[in-house]
Design a protein around this ligand. Structure first.
Ligand code: OGA
Ligand code: ZN
Ligand code: ZN
Length: 528
């Protein structure tokens, strides 16, 4: 049979010699592969592709290993480009308390920042410093010369137009920095002056319009590095980047737009004809950005926190009159990589929990090794006993999941383990998602039975008939040296605790909680 390109295929070998068990990092370098590598033998069935290589290595690829990735998340292809009217029915927004409590709401907010370039959190306490809490709820604060956070209000000796009461035209922040902060947060503490409304413009949409209407101008702006500069006491920042940044395939990936900070005196090769073309293009892009239909107007109220993609959205404000009132925002910077990671982990966590729940409710509700309860009821009862004993969350989770090695199914997140070594199998399936305090007692719960039968007189008599039958296959009671080693294992005592609940959790008359009750506890353990 034909196989895909040999180096590509081998580069993706998932075996434990090629990949670290935990994070899947590659353990070989690309140059280590022999010249002239080829597949000597390849067989494919419904579940996997098996390959024997010319250098003797063997690889097994599970079905679906080569599912193609979507488009680069940072480019226009992964975005929903917008005009103001697209939000006539409401902004992407959420209540802060709900966002904190409900992972689905967090997913919705973070996904909105990625897709639309912004979201508004309402009800963030209008107290100084909270903007940092918002940033830390999904990522890391990017400290700059403006501090960890900065106050946006009229100041007596402003270093920046933002710190006056004048209007601020649509712009991206800090274009003079490389790398530019990819996220900006603005949290409103007070806003009771006349004026001081906010405006947002989708810079990708403006760039896409320019490309459609004046492709030559678009190309010129994408190719011309523009110097940006910021100076203040003790600060001298500069960066040279095009106003429209493209990815290697030509898709829009970044917009930098800030008239205040361009340092065009430093433009290279200012031949008059080139400058003519540059200024015509620059002015055309500026006019596009200012089209009224592109500008989304909103007014921040105390407690509102705006999250925006600073590589895409331009933000603005109208002038305000200090008069009797005050306008005070606090801002900080953060980055999209951590936001995307948090979003991916939230989604992955939800997928793993959904898979586990489906296993409990499907396969798990069938008869189990001739016991009086189903496998699902058995594990749920074990978890209920652990919870009733006030066991720490990791141990409740271990009790709940201790027998998932008996499940054959499992989706892309939980690939099936081996049936008979079911402690090992379960631990291996859980290891990518749960800490050792969960996976180790699960892994050791079979050995714990052998340990207890060896060390506790009368323990064997407690075993159910099915458990007695499997004991022999599992190796029988431990020999004294094996039992001593087990007792010394850091998770030996936890495994014994799980084992005792395991033994007691086979009561057809006992109340059995639902899997859903344990979702929050499991989710908590899955977040780093
Ligand atoms: C800023 C800014 C806008 C505002 O601080 O970067 O542009 O609403 N502020 O005051
Ligand atoms: Zn700004
Ligand atoms: Zn078991």
């Amino acid at each position: 049979m034909s196989v895909p390109h040999p180096y590509w295929l081998r580069d993706n070998c998932p075996c434990p010699e090629c990949r670290a068990p935990r994070g899947g990092q590659k353990l070989f370098r690309i140059g280590d592969l022999p010249d002239g590598l080829s597949a000597v033998e390849a067989t494919r069935d419904a579940t996997r592709l098996a390959v024997r290589w010319s250098d003797g290595h063997r690889s097994h690829y599970p079905a679906g290993w080569d599912a193609p990735a979507g488009p680069d998340e940072r480019t226009e292809h992964a975005k929903r480009l917008w005009e103001a009217a697209d939000f006539a029915r409401g902004l992407p927004e959420a209540d802060w308390a709900t966002y904190l409590a409900d992972p689905e709401e967090r997913i919705a907010v973070l996904a909105a920042v990625r897709r639309s370039g912004f979201a508004v959190l309402r009800g963030v306490p209008a107290v100084a410093g909270q903007v940092l809490r918002v940033a830390r709820s999904f990522g890391y604060v990017r400290e700059t010369n403006y501090g960890e956070l900065f106050d946006v209000r009229a100041e007596p000796d402003p270093a920046n137009l933002a710190f006056t009461c004048l209007a601020v035209a649509p712009h991206t922040d800090n274009p003079y920095r490389d790398p530019v902060p990819t996220l900006q947060l603005l949290h409103c503490l007070r806003n009771d002056c006349a004026g001081g409304d906010s405006g947002l413009v989708d810079g990708f949409q403006a760039a896409a319009l320019l490309r459609a209407e004046d492709p030559a101008a678009f190309d010129l702006l994408a190719r011309t590095p523009v110097p940006f500069r910021y100076r203040d006491r003790g600060v001298e920042l500069s960066a040279e980047k095009p106003l429209i940044g493209l990815d290697p395939r030509g898709a829009i990936r970044e917009v930098r737009f800030n008239d205040r900070s361009t340092d065009t005196a430093a433009l290279s090769a200012p031949a008059p004809a080139e400058l003519d073309a540059f200024y015509a293009a620059h002015r055309r892009f500026a006019a596009t950005v200012l089209r009224p239909e592109l500008r989304l107007d909103l007014r921040l109220a105390p407690g509102d926190c705006l999250l925006l993609d600073n590589t895409r959205l331009l933000h603005a404000r109208t002038a305000f009159e200090p008069g009797d009132g005050h306008r005070h925002l606090q801002g900080c910077y953060a980055d999209l990589d951590a936001l995307s990671s948090t979003l991916a982990v939230l989604r992955r966590t939800a997928a793993v929990l959904d898979e586990l729940e489906a296993l409990f409710e499907g396969e798990g509700s069938r008869e189990y090794l001739g016991e009086a309860v189903t496998l699902a009821a058995h594990m749920l009862q074990a978890a209920a006993l652990a919870r009733a004993a006030d066991a720490p969350p990791a141990l409740v989770a271990a009790a709940l999941l201790h027998d998932i090695g008996h499940f054959r199914g499992g989706g892309p997140e939980l690939t099936a383990g081996t049936g008979d070594r079911h402690g090992e199998g379960a631990a291996a399936r859980l290891a990518p998602h749960f800490p050792p305090a969960v996976t180790e007692p699960v892994r050791l719960h079979v050995d714990a039975k052998r340990y207890l039968c060896a060390t506790e007189p009368g323990y064997a008599a407690l075993l159910s008939p099915a458990s007695v039958r499997t004991l022999a296959a599992q190796g029988g009671p431990m020999a004294p040296d094996e039992a001593a080693a087990f007792a010394a294992h850091p998770f030996g005592a936890d495994a014994v605790a799980v084992r005792r609940w395991d033994e007691a959790a086979k009561d057809p008359a006992a109340a059995t909680p639902s899997f859903a009750e344990f979702r929050p506890l499991l989710r908590e353990l899955m977040q780093p």
